[in-house]
Ligand binder design. Sequence first.
Ligand code: BG6
Length: 488
Amino acid sequence: MEVRMICDILIIGGDGDLAFRKLYPALYHLDLDQCLPPCQRVISVSRNVASAEGFAEKVRNKFIKYTGGATLDEKVWSRFAARLQHVALNATSEAELALLRSKVFTDPDRDLIVYLATPPAIFAPICQSLWAVGLVRDNMRIVIEKPLGKDRETFLQINTSLAAHFKEEQIYRIDHYLGKETVQNLLAMRFANALFEPLWNGNYIDHVQITAAETVGAEGRWQFYDEAGALRDMVQNHLLQLLCLVAMEPPASLEPHAVHDEKLKVLRCLAPLTGRAVQEHTVRGQYVAGTSGGQSVPGYTQEEGARAVSTTETFVAIKAEIKNWRWAGVPFYLRTGKRMQKRFSEIVVQFNEVPHALFSEQMRSGTANRLVIRLQPEEGIRLHLLNKVPGLDDAMPLEMVSLNLSLSDVFTQRRVPDAYERLLLDVMRGNSTLFMRADQVEAAWQWIDGISAGWHTGKQRPVPYVAGSWGPSESIALIARDGRSWQE
Ligand code: BG6
C-alpha cells in the first residue's frame, strides 16, 4: 500500500513524553529513509508550551537525548524541522480547534492523521471537537494508545466515544510490540516456511513460555503505573498479542480483517481464569529493595512519589490455556516484571521429547528441541538441537547445540527500525494489520477482568521479590508444579 502524497499528521499532546521519545524520532527516521511525502507536515498541539519558535530546537535536543543522535543527519534534520509546526491550544475546545482548522487545515483533500498522545480521559471531548469543527472526514485516521481503559467496561466507554465519530477502519489502536521487527518476523517464520507449521500443535509442542522482563522499576511514572500494575500494563496488551501470534491459525491473507479474525478466535478460546483457578494459575509480585546493574535500588513503595502502601503488582506469572483443537493440553506460561535480573523479551516454544529414546544413555530429560524467539535486546531466533559430539566414543555422546540466527549478523547493512516507525508508516499507508481491532481489545479485557476479580475476591496480594532477581519463588513453583522450569 502506498502512502498518499498529501498527508498531514496532527499530534495532540505533541509536547509530551511519548511524542518526544517515540513519535518525532520515528518521523525523523522515516524522513531519513525517504518515506515521508515531500509536502507532509507534522503539526503538534498542546496546551502548555512557552514558545512555538523554539519547538524544533526542543524536538532536536530531546531526539539527541533519547536516541544518542547517531543517526542525525543535518541535511535531513533541516528538512524534517521545516515540516514541524507547534500551536499552543486546548484541543478539547471547539473554538480553539476551529481556529486551527481555518488557519492550518484548509485543504480537505489532504489526508489527515490525528495522533492522540494524551490521557484517554480526554479522548471523548477531543473527538467531539474534531468532529464539530469538520476535521473528521473519510480521508482522516485517528491513532490511540493504551491505557485503553482499566477493564472491559471502561474500554467500551472509550470505544463508544470514538465510534460516535469514526468508523472502525479509521481507528488505529497501537500496541507497540506489534511494530517490533521480530514480532512481525513471527508471522514470516510461521507462515513463510514449511518447516514449523506441521509441528505447531499439541502433538509436538510441550508448552510455550512468553517472557517480557525489564530491569527498570516504576521510577518517574509511579502514579501512572500504580493505577495499572503489570497485568493491565503488559499482559492485557503486549503479552496477549504475542500469544495470539504464536497460537493463531494461518490467516487467509495478510489483510487486516483476516489477521484480526484469527487473533480474536485465540482470545476467545482462552480458558477463563476465575475464582480458585486464579490462585492456582497466577502469581502476583511486587519488588522490594535490592540491586540492579550493581547499584542498590529502592523497593516499589519507596520509589520517588510512591505511597508507602500499595497492593499493585509489578510482576505477574500466569499459566494460560487455549481451549481449541490445536492447543488443548499445551500450557502457555506468561511472565512479566519490572526490576528483574535481566532485560529480555522472548518466546520459547518447547517441543516434546522424541517418542523413542534411541540414545537413551545420553539423553537426559530436558533435551527436547526448543525454539527461542528473542524480541529484545538482541533480536534473533535460536533452535536448540541435539547433536553428536565429534569423536570416536562408542557411546555416541550427544550435546545440545543451537542454530543461531541473529538478525543483526544476517542483515548487517540494515538499520532495525523502531516499532513506531513501522506503525506510523502503516497508518499513513492505511494498513491496520499490525493494530488492534476493538473486538480483540474487548476479548483481552474480558479474560483479564476474570483474573483481576479473582485477585480481589481471593484477597491475593502481591508477594515480595527482591529487585534484581527473577521474581518471586512462587513463580518458579507455578511452573515447577508441572515438572517444567522457566528458561532464563
Ligand atoms: C509499555 C509499558 O507499554 O511497554 C511500560 O507501559 C514498559 O511499563 C514498556 O516499560 C516496555 O516496552 P519495551 O518496548 O521496552 O519492551
